[in-house]
Design a protein around this ligand. Structure first.
Ligand SMILES: [Cu+2]
Length: 120
């Protein structure tokens, strides 16, 4: 009887050990995929090519000539138009004539530039 109990304990102990090892393994996998997401860009941030036509720092807006634009919330054909920018500091990084990559998303029901980076 005592012998049997011991055996059960050993089996149980091993099972816990195996589960633990598995948990650690999947934790490692998660960290790996988390790192992969940092670069290049998260898939949710759809970047579109555009050319800066005008910058309005006071009005927190930028006029761009954009190509076919597609994001999770906004989709439109190529055109030149003025977008409000989510963060005015984005405007300090670009100048008229720059080729840029923009991300546009609906913010308060208005297509808004949420990311703006100069193409190199
Ligand atoms: Cu447009």
């Amino acid at each position: 009887m005592k012998h049997r109990f011991l055996r059960a304990a050993v089996v149980l102990g091993f099972a816990v050990f195996a589960l633990n090892a598995q948990a650690q393994q999947s934790h490692k996998d998660m960290e790996m995929s988390g790192m992969n997401m940092d670069s290049p860009k998260p898939a949710s941030l759809a970047m579109n090519e555009a050319v800066v036509q005008a910058i309005d720092t006071a009005g927190k807006s930028v006029t761009i000539k954009h190509g076919q634009l597609k994001s999770k919330t906004v989709e439109m054909p190529p055109m030149t138009m003025t977008f409000p920018v989510e963060n005015a500091s984005l405007l300090s990084t670009v100048k008229t004539g720059d080729k840029v990559k923009v991300a546009v998303d609906n913010v308060k029901d208005q297509p808004t530039v949420t990311s703006l980076t100069v193409q190199k």
